[in-house]
Ligand binder design. Structure first.
Ligand code: OSB
Ligand code: MG
Length: 374
């Protein structure tokens, strides 16, 4: 039984070592909400993956702070929870806002595995000792800069390269990468920058033998993606369009994609991620863990999820230092020269928040106590 006595929200600001550009915009500094849940037996930590602007999805750091403060925390604080699995059903009356819901849901999973004294990945049913890692490389000012980054990441050991694309930044960068690296596992992510009118251009991507093309069409679409998939030999992977195991089933049954990207924030937490894992394992759909430029706490949750059986492809889970000079956890997330991350052995997420670092980055906090909810 888990009874949450106290929840703390904290917003931190973390500058990125380099701006990250996608088809929907550029990020220089992250605004991240960290969640601490506390019972008499201990504490657990979660991270909200909402962005600074509503460019990836409708949520932002600000909307998530509102949903957490005014609705989500009140739904779980002071309640007698059978286990961490009981959190998601309590949050179900809140429509949408999955990143806000996931921030607290994932914190309770960390808490529960710490109380049990086992690593979170084991508690979830993970089957790996290490996970293969890929990198996501943002849109660059020119192709030479992109090629320099690709060389550095491959030299560091990463197992696959993903580049962000948008209209005007697709064929040329891919042709140059393929010239230099004919065999490297390579994929693209369009973040919804194209439409079916771009079919002639998207067909040209087939010649680069990509592992997949991620979310080429609208963020809320599975119909046009099914039409497109029939026209391409390259597998489509859906990211933005998938919010639940039901979405995954519909997209697979319609032929809208052949691969699924799972992000804890986008699907509302581990409970739904586990259902997607089960559906995809049963139906032999390859899955991988997406990233949202998380700091250490969120990164640690992603590492745990990546150990699940369906997660057979390298994810966008990479070293802390690719994004942050100083991460929010100790030790920072490190990648082996073989391009893998070893699953931690410590209880819970297996990484400890670096409170001194977090305190320096904090811009606001708010505490909630059982018995005081409205
Ligand atoms: O679509 O996968 C995406 C970053 C922000 C928003 C959306 C996406 C991304 C990434 C970064 O690709 C992945 C990472 O965290 O390394
Ligand atoms: Mg994506």
């Amino acid at each position: 039984m888990i009874r949450i006595q106290e929840v703390q929200l904290r917003e931190i600001r973390l500058p990125l070592v380099h701006y990250f550009e996608t088809s929907f915009g550029r990020t220089l500094e992250r605004k991240i909400i960290l969640v601490t849940v506390r019972t008499v037996d201990g504490a657990g930590y979660g991270e909200c993956t909402a962005g600074e602007e509503p460019g990836y999805s409708s949520e932002t750091t600000e909307t998530a702070w509102h949903i957490l403060s005014d609705f989500a925390i009140a739904s779980v604080i002071g309640k007698d929870l059978e286990n961490a699995r009981a959190v998601a059903p309590l949050l179900r009356p809140i429509r949408g806002n999955p990143m806000a819901r996931a921030a607290i849901e994932t914190a309770v999973w960390d808490l529960e595995s710490r109380i049990l004294g086992i690593p979170l990945h084991k508690h979830l049913g993970g089957v790996r000792d290490e996970i293969p890692c890929g990198v996501s490389i943002g849109i660059q000012d020119n192709v030479d800069t992109l090629l320099r980054k690709v060389r550095l990441e491959l030299a560091a050991g990463y197992r696959r390269i993903k580049i962000k694309i948008k209209p005007g930044w697709e064929v040329e960068p891919l042709a140059r990468i393929r010239d230099e690296f004919p065999q490297v596992p390579l994929m693209v992510d369009a973040n919804s920058a194209f439409s079916l009118a771009d079919l002639p251009l998207l067909r040209q991507l087939d010649r680069f033998r990509l592992m997949m093309i991620e979310q080429p069409l609208a963020y809320d679409d599975i119909v046009d993606h099914a039409i497109l998939q029939k026209e391409l030999s390259t597998p489509i992977c859906l990211d933005e369009s998938i919010h639940s195991a039901e979405d995954a089933r519909k997209a697979i049954e319609m032929g809208s994609c052949r691969i699924i990207n799972v992000k804890l924030g986008r699907v509302g937490g581990f409970c739904e991620a586990l259902k997607i894992n089960d559906y995809c394992t049963r139906n032999r759909v390859p899955v991988w863990c997406g990233g949202m430029l998380e700091s250490g706490v969120g990164r640690a949750h992603n590492i745990a999820m990546s150990s699940l059986p369906a997660f057979t492809l390298p994810g966008d889970v990479s070293a802390s230092k690719r994004y942050y000079e100083e991460d929010t956890v100790r030790p920072p997330v490190n990648v082996t020269p073989q391009g893998t991350i070893r699953l931690p052995h410590a209880p819970g997420i297996g990484y400890e928040p670096d409170w001194e670092r977090i305190e320096r980055a904090t811009v606001r906090t708010r505490g909630f106590h059982a018995g005081e909810e409205a």
